[in-house]
Design a binder for this molecule. Structure first.
Ligand SMILES: *Cc1c(COP(=O)(O)O)cnc(C)c1O
Length: 392
């Protein structure tokens, strides 16, 4: 009978633990202007922490497409897709995604988080085995833990370990492998061509979550899979990163599309995204395909960044706009983040449980919104901080 009073004390205790570990976090309200961040004290920072790699979030052409969409279709979709929430704007977006990425079908979701849950919960059953890269995103891990399938995690990017794990589970009714195309906290690429070979050899399904590769890598920004020359069974595309907006699509065969339309509860029982958003997302697809200059600019920014920091092992070279500086303990990382902040650079301060213990890092991200001078200045400041550390 004392149950109800236990919850508040448990909440208080867990919050206190987070505080003691230095892991307690809170949200801050920012004003975004021309790729800069303005905080509540009116301090302005260059933003090196977002996922708007291609600089689309504030692009006038995309903003006016969303405004046009509002005039054409109204503010909301008014229902879930199977009722009456699916409009011609949603349909056109699905067609343009299929045309771009070479899949038979696309199914739209309101977030990558829900798309991942929907696929894992509805496709996998008890007895099936799900294999996930250890560094997969929290949305994939959480869905795997909650699903009825058995989840096994393989060593990051280790194709041999995946192969032997698949062979050990050869009697499972279905084997399903999930990897990210680009890992969100490390910026490294999955060895997709090898993983694809291993999956085929073991008759396992392959799903790639390309949240951070889509738009950035491959021909016309088709992402990690195009870059590696493979076509997975299922591709997750999210619209919250390079698209500069939000939402997600599951790219798949006509049969899987039909199956998810029947059984994916996040799809069936959730209001469809506003048609104006779908309309603007179609515009984003065409900008991403056409605007090679955005990807070229990211390359230029990336080379400059690594040139300045080439002697610092904390900063691993990546082929993506994600540039982690792995500093180890939380305090060292937070001190570095504070130094950068006082110099006018806002970087992502990433700590456990988002990353493994003792791998706290600055997650620095590049964006088309930045100039070569901005990136140079940030990299020089970071170099200075890292050199200071070394002399302590
Ligand atoms: C951001 C992210 C998601 C979640 O997508 P949202 O649309 O933000 O919910 C899923 N997977 C990966 C790898 C991500 O980086």
């Amino acid at each position: 009978m004392s149950e109800p009073s236990r919850l508040p004390s448990r909440i208080a205790q867990k919050l206190a633990e987070r505080q003691q570990q230095g892991l307690h976090r809170s949200v801050k309200a920012f004003h975004h202007q021309d790729g800069k961040l303005i905080d509540e004290h009116n301090n302005t920072y260059l933003n090196f922490s977002g996922n708007d790699y291609l600089g689309l979030a504030n692009d006038p052409a995309l903003i006016s497409a969303w405004q046009d969409g509002l005039s054409l279709y109204g503010a909301g979709s008014t229902a879930s897709p199977l009722v009456t929430g699916f409009s011609h704007a949603h349909q056109a977006l699905e067609v343009s995604l299929c045309d771009w990425l070479g899949f038979d079908k696309a199914l739209l979701f309101n977030s990558g988080f829900s798309a991942n849950q929907a696929v894992i919960f509805s496709l996998l059953e008890k007895g099936d085995v799900l294999f996930q890269d250890k560094l997969n995103h929290a949305s994939l891990m959480e869905a795997g833990i909650l699903s009825e399938a058995t989840m096994l995690r393989f060593l990051h990017n280790n194709t041999a370990k995946l192969d032997s794990a698949l062979k050990n589970q050869s009697e499972a009714p279905s084997r399903f492998v999930i990897t990210e195309g680009v890992f969100s906290m490390d910026g490294d690429l999955s060895p997709l061509a090898d993983i694809d070979v291993v999956c085929r050899a073991n008759e396992a399904c392959l799903m790639v979550d390309d949240a951070h590769g889509i738009g950035v890598l491959g021909k016309e920004g088709r992402g990690s899979c195009d870059n590696a020359g493979i076509q997975p069974d299922i591709l997750i595309v999210t619209f919250g990163k390079a698209f500069g907006m939000m939402g997600a699509a599951v790219m798949c065969s006509a049969q899987v599309h039909d199956y998810l339309t029947q059984f994916a509860r996040h799809y069936v029982y959730s209001t469809a995204m506003p048609p104006a958003q779908a309309y603007a997302l179609s515009k984003a697809v065409s900008m991403i395909r056409k605007d090679n200059w955005r990807r070229e600019k990211l390359h230029e920014l990336s080379s400059r960044f690594h040139r300045v920091l080439s002697e610092h092992h904390e900063v691993v070279e990546t082929q993506t706009p994600i540039k982690p500086a792995v500093l180890g303990d939380v305090t060292t990382m937070l001190t570095a983040a504070e130094h950068l902040k006082s110099a006018g650079f806002w970087t992502g301060a990433i700590r456990p449980p988002t990353v493994p213990p003792n791998s706290s890092r600055l997650r620095i991200t590049l964006s088309v919104n930045q100039t070569l001078d901005d990136v140079n200045a940030l990299a020089c400041k970071l170099r200075h901080i890292l050199e200071g550390d070394r002399h302590e």
